[in-house]
Write a protein that binds this ligand. Sequence first.
Ligand SMILES: CC(C)(COP(=O)(O)OP(=O)(O)OC[C@H]1O[C@@H](n2cnc3c(N)ncnc32)[C@H](O)[C@@H]1OP(=O)(O)O)[C@@H](O)C(=O)NCCC(=O)NCCS
Length: 408
Amino acid sequence: MTYPIRPIGEAEWPAFTRVLEEGFNWTPHPQQAERWKAETEFDRTLAVFDGDLMVGVTAVFSFRMTVPGGQLPVGGVTAVSVLPSHRRRGVLTSMMRRQLADIRERGEPVAALYASESVIYGRYGYGRAASLLWFRVHKHASAFVKNAPVDPSLRIRVAKPADARADLEKVYASVVTARPGRYERSAAFWDSSLGDEEFDQRGSGPLRAVLAEDDRGVRGYALFRVKGSWDEHDLPTGEVQLQELEAADPAAYALLWRSVLDRDLTMSVRAPRPVDDPLISLLADQRQLRAGWSDELWVRLVEVDRALAGRAYSAPVDVVIEVEDEVCPWNAGRWRLTADTTGAECKQVDEEPDLTVPVAALGSAYMGDGQLTQLLDAGLLREHRQGAVRALATAMSWSPKPFAGRVF
Ligand SMILES: CC(C)(COP(=O)(O)OP(=O)(O)OC[C@H]1O[C@@H](n2cnc3c(N)ncnc32)[C@H](O)[C@@H]1OP(=O)(O)O)[C@@H](O)C(=O)NCCC(=O)NCCS
C-alpha cells in the first residue's frame, strides 16, 4: 500500500512534532519545539499520510558543508520518524526515495545525516563517512608533552556563551573549512546550540564558555557543562561535559584543553571528538586516554559525477567505477574518475570497469575516511583490475579526518 506524501505547511507543525515525539520517545519543552520550528525549512519537509493522519515525517537543512578541498551544497537530512502504528510498512522507504529525488532537483550532489541507529540508512545508499571517539580524560593523567605549544600572549576569558556569541561565531567561521563534515551554521542553529533553559541543562548545570584570546582578539573557544559530584570521602568526582572545542591555532587549542582539563573540583573531561584529534598527540601518557568508538556522519552521493568531481584528491587516480544504485538509478552505470591533486573529472563511459561498488561504499569514502580497502578486505567490493581499489582509496583519503561535530 502506498500513502500520499508531501511537504507540510506551518499550520501542520503540531502534527509533525507529534510524529517525532512518538518516534523518539521524547517530548520537547514548548520553547525547544519553537526553536526547532525556527530552524525548519518548511518547503523541505515531507510528511506521509494515512487518510488524515500524519504517520511519517522528515526534513532537510540546506547546508554548505566542507568536503575535501572545498565546500558543497549538501542536503542535511533530519527529523526522520514513523508512527509506531505504521512501522515496517515502507513509510520510511517512500520518504527516502522522494527526498533523494528532491535533493537532486535542488542541485545538491550529496546528502548527509546522523543516524539514530546504524542499521537504518545503508539500504538507501548512505555510507558511514565519519567516526568519532568518545574521550574520557582523567585530570591526573592529562599532562602534556614537554614541547606542547605555549603562547604567553594568550589568556583565558570566562564568559557566558550567549554574551560571547559573536566571538564564538567568528572562531567557528575561521575553522569551518578546516575539516570535512563541518557545515556553516545558521543564526537559528546558533540559537538552539546556545539554548540554556533548565530543560537544556538536563541536570548538568548551565552551558559555560572559555575563550582563548590575545590583544588582537579571540583565537578559540570551549563550550561545556559541568556535572558536579563528590564521593564518600568528600573528594570531587565531577565531570566536564565538553560540547565543542575549536581553535584557530595550536597554542590556543592546547590552552583551551588545559583550561577544561584543569578545571577545579572536577575529575575528568568527557567529549565526542574526531578520531585524529590533536589532543592524542599532546598527551604525554597517551595510553591513559579512554576512548569509545562510534559512527558519526553518514553520506550519500546523490549525483555520483558531480559529487566525485566536486572534491579534491590526495593522489592522482584514473579508474572506471561501476556503481550499483537501485534507489537513485541515474547513478547506476560506469563512471570514469580522472583526478590529480589539481582537479577532478567524472564522466559516464561504456568501458570495462576496474571495480564494482555499491553507492554506499563511495559515500563512506567521500569525506576522506578511507574505508574502501576495509570494504574490499571484508569482501564487500569487487575489484576487476588488481590495485584499483587501493589506488582509489589512496586518492580519496584525506587529512584531517572528517567530523561534523554537532548533531543536526
Ligand atoms: C527508523 C524508522 C524511521 C523506520 O521506519 P519504517 O517506516 O518502519 O521503515 P520501512 O518500513 O520503510 O523499513 C524499510 C526497511 O528497513 C528496515 N528497518 C527500518 N528501521 C529499522 C531499524 N530501526 N532496525 C532494523 N531495521 C530497520 C525494515 O525492517 C525494512 O527492511 P526490509 O526492506 O528488509 O523489510 C522508524 O522505525 C522510527 O521512526 N524509529 C524511531 C525514530 C528513529 O530512529 N528515526 C531515525 C532518526 S535518524
